[in-house]
Design a protein around this ligand. Structure first.
Ligand SMILES: Nc1c(NC[C@H](O)[C@H](O)[C@H](O)CO)[nH]c(=O)[nH]c1=O
Ligand SMILES: CC(=O)[C@@H](O)COP(=O)(O)O
Length: 157
């Protein structure tokens, strides 16, 4: 029986990070967590490139542009969509999710979903480096694992 696994160590791989500026104080904590997660698993500073976008809705387009360059082995998407009092939350969260999934499948590159979608600010704070960990860090380790896993079936989209 052959079992495929992606190791949690990075050597010579490049990572693009996209972070939404909306709810910036959460986004910047996710970004710090992601950088920490990459560096702790062997990624060098010059192997990381970061793009800030206005909000989560803009993340898929920039993910597609970054992925299309073939310069990165994975792209990590970070942001925080926090429910307000209108239907805006569902639209922004839904489009960001769909866009990221679609782009990842279309281009055949790991594009990691590290966007918080929370009912309130407390839930977001809990997931941005307090009691529920840091989802940016988790997104970084997911990216490394997926890069190593996907390398086992090269050049087939
Ligand atoms: N409400 C949130 C947004 N809204 C902004 C959109 O993402 C977008 O920038 C705007 O509609 C212009 O196209 N973005 C978040 O990331 N988080 C939110 O809670
Ligand atoms: C998730 C959002 O878009 C949110 O900030 C919008 O809040 P509201 O629905 O109260 O306009």
């Amino acid at each position: 029986m052959k079992v495929y696994e992606g190791k949690l160590i990075s050597k010579g791989k490049k990572y693009g990070i996209i972070v939404g500026r909306f709810n910036e104080f959460i986004g910047s904590k996710l970004l710090s967590g992601a950088i920490d997660g990459l560096k702790r698993h062997g990624v060098q500073e010059d192997e990381i490139e970061i793009a800030w976008v206005p909000g989560a809705f803009e993340i898929p387009l920039v993910a597609k542009k970054m992925a299309a360059t073939k310069k990165y082995d994975a792209v990590i998407c970070l942001g925080a969509v926090i429910r307000g009092s209108t239907s805006h939350y569902d639209l922004v969260a839904g489009e960001a999710t769909k866009g990221i999934a679609h782009t990842s499948l279309e281009i055949g590159l790991p594009i990691i979903f590290g966007i918080l979608t929370t009912e309130n600010i407390e839930q977001a704070i809990e997931r941005a480096g307090t009691k529920s960990g840091n989802k940016g860090y988790d997104a970084a380790t997911t990216a490394i694992e997926m890069v190593n896993l996907c390398e086992q079936w090269p050049n087939n989209g």
